[in-house]
Design a protein around this ligand. Structure first.
Ligand SMILES: Cc1cc2nc3c(=O)[nH]c(=O)nc-3n(C[C@H](O)[C@H](O)[C@H](O)COP(=O)(O)O)c2cc1C
Length: 326
């Protein structure tokens, strides 16, 4: 059957949105998703071959990453003047079908977050002394809430306990051969694979309250820590009400929305997921934020030092690999 002109226009927009979504962040830059374009909609599929079996056995961080890709695609549609019509986890028989995405009604073009897609980076350097303002933090809370996700700030008096939890998670993981296998696999990817954590974006150790993730297994860190003290950095935990795939997907969409919003406001961030990867540490974090909700991921948010060089973009797989016709 010939496709109507409207369906053709819709799928073309979804195809373009799936290309913008290549820039979405993902755990260890695994980019664990694929798009299949079928009729007037895009199907977003989780790619289990890219799941971190030691670090993420349930696929929690995999679905967060898919959620980030989904949200990036909706931002691209909005920039083109369309609302997104999304069906999340639409088929219980096919749990890896993450979402159906179509163009919804016409809306006013909004390019603010779309521009942030290309500016956003995982910035692991210590940030400055000044704390992000209350207004922008309130905005980030509201952004997360739109996805049914709570953004809880770690209070200043809780930061030492949070830092201890991060450090403990690191120690547990580095003592676990399954984790070390994942780390080694995704920090030593060949250039042509265009995935994995890039040495160029990893920061040297520097005195700070909350230890940075130790990626430096096979190569030295590529980015200097700079002059930041991290004194103004705030630590946030995204928490969901329940602990099901649907919640992890929502947490990924919230992570993307919060991150693009803070980028558009001139702030920078990097996720801290080791605290949810080790079950005992995740439980401790849950108690730390008051026992309400399930921690999905934590992040550090701050003001980049004036004049600091841009973090280099990390690699992405190509559109022809990630997007295809059904
Ligand atoms: C679910 C998830 C978990 C992540 N966990 C961490 C982390 O614990 N530490 C870290 O430094 N970066 C973490 N990242 C950031 C990724 O490493 C990063 O997105 C990826 O390497 C691509 O780089 P980019 O964000 O600069 O494009 C995480 C990202 C996602 C989406």
């Amino acid at each position: 059957m010939a496709m109507t002109q409207a369906a053709r226009a819709g799928i073309d927009q979804v195809a373009e949105a799936s290309i913008a979504a290549l820039r979405a962040p993902s755990v260890f830059n695994t980019q664990p998703w694929r798009w299949r374009l079928a009729g007037d909609r895009g199907e977003l599929w989780a790619d289990r071959s890219r799941q971190l079996s030691g670090l993420d056995p349930e696929g929690h961080l995999l679905l967060l990453s898919c959620g980030a890709a989904l949200h990036h695609a909706t931002v691209a549609l909005r920039a083109a003047g369309y609302a997104a019509a999304v069906d999340r986890l639409p088929d219980p028989e096919r749990p890896d079908l993450v979402a159906w995405l179509r163009t919804g009604e016409r809306v006013e073009r909004d390019e603010r977050l779309f521009r942030a897609i290309y500016q956003r980076r995982t910035d692991r350097r210590p940030f400055g002394d000044e704390r992000p303002g209350a207004a922008v933090l309130d905005e980030l809370r509201a952004v997360a809430r739109r996805h049914g996700v709570q953004l809880r700030l770690v209070r200043d008096d809780q930061v030492p306990a949070f830092a201890a939890a991060v450090a403990h998670a690191g120690t547990v993981e580095h003592g676990d051969p399954r984790f070390r296998d994942d780390l080694l696999a995704w920090t030593t990817r060949a250039g042509f694979q265009r995935d994995g954590v890039s040495a160029r974006t990893v920061v040297a150790a520097g005195g700070r309250t909350v230890a940075r993730r130790d990626f430096a297994q096979a190569w030295p860190a590529g980015l200097a820590a700079g002059e930041g003290t991290d004194r103004g950095t705030v630590y946030a935990v995204l928490a969901t009400e329940a602990d099901e795939p649907r919640d992890w997907l929502a947490a990924g969409e919230a992570l993307s929305d919060v991150w693009l919003t803070l980028t558009a406001s001139g702030l920078a961030a990097s996720p801290i997921s080791e605290v949810v990867e080790v079950p005992g540490v995740r439980e401790a974090l849950r108690r730390l934020i008051g026992g309400v909700g399930r921690p999905a991921i934590a992040m550090r948010i701050g003001i980049p030092l004036p004049g600091s060089e841009a973090v280099p973009p990390s690699a992405r797989r190509s559109g022809t690999e990630m997007v295809g016709l059904a």
